[in-house]
Design a protein around this ligand. Structure first.
Ligand SMILES: C[S@@+](CC[C@H](N)C(=O)[O-])C[C@H]1O[C@@H](n2cnc3c(N)ncnc32)[C@H](O)[C@@H]1O
Length: 234
């Protein structure tokens, strides 16, 4: 039985505001230094928008937005999140980069229809009440032909690695959360929300139901991480 200690929406916002200062260190340790590799894959799948706009939603401390800006030199990049402390870290970390950091809720995007060549997000959909509704909102703001790319944890499959992975999720991650982030409950939430999240196949179906085409995904880290992608019809 996986227990939530915070609810979604305002609870998630408060949680990320509280752990913003230790978020990056915790990420590196928890993923054994793999997390940036997955973010680079996100940027690769989103493709270079040329001189168009790229939106990194739930940007947090800004890594995907910064990688997009560095990899695609002509791009114009917005990094958006509803947790002000996460955005503060992003601004501090990537001050020299020309990125527009904006506060907004992924459920109600303050952007016009057909605005972006790409929309990326890392670890967003597990944290919202209705992933399908957020994906429809993302679909609305993408230009025809625009790409969506999503990085998130995914429930582990029951294979040879399952007992090890389950043990790490159940005990290892909350333990690291207690010592590094000084917040065990935030990382117990990560475990619980991962176990309760869509399987990778089911999430791909949610992308399709939201209107995306050419939907696919790739797993990483013993199947506990998945990157999903799709395209808005031309
Ligand atoms: C685990 S962090 C991921 C940060 C970053 N994308 C990364 O790759 O490390 C999740 C982020 O999603 C943001 N978030 C969660 N729900 C959101 C929502 N409804 N609207 C905007 N941001 C949201 C949180 O504030 C947090 O910064």
């Amino acid at each position: 039985m996986w227990r939530y200690t915070v609810s979604k929406g305002p609870g998630v916002q408060r949680m990320f505001d509280a752990i913003a200062g230790s978020y990056d260190l915790m990420n590196r340790v928890m993923t054994l230094g793999q997390d940036q590799r997955w973010r680079r894959f996100v940027v690769y799948k989103a493709q270079d928008p040329g001189s168009g706009w790229a939106l990194d939603l739930a940007t947090g401390t800004g890594d995907i937005a910064a990688l997009t800006r560095k990899t695609c030199p002509a791009s114009r990049v917005i990094g958006a999140d509803f947790a002000q402390n996460m955005l503060k870290e992003a601004r501090k970390r990537f001050a020299p980069l020309d990125i527009s950091w904006q506060a907004c809720d992924a459920n109600f995007l303050p952007y016009a229809d057909n605005s972006f060549a790409s929309v990326s997000f890392g670890y967003l959909l597990r944290n919202v009440d209705d992933a399908g509704a957020v994906l429809k909102e993302v679909h609305r703001v993408l230009k025809p032909g625009g790409r969506v790319v999503c990085l998130d944890t995914t429930p582990p499959r029951k294979n040879l690695w399952y007992p090890l992975v389950r043990f790490y999720f159940r005990f290892g991650i909350p333990f690291l959360g207690r010592f590094i982030a000084k917040d065990e409950s935030a990382y117990a939430y990560l475990t619980g929300s991962t176990m309760d999240f869509y399987s990778a196949d089911a999430l791909a179906a949610v992308f399709t139901a939201a209107g995306f085409q050419e939907v696919g995904y790739q797993r990483f880290m013993l199947g506990t991480i998945a990157v999903h992608w799709g395209r808005k019809q031309e």
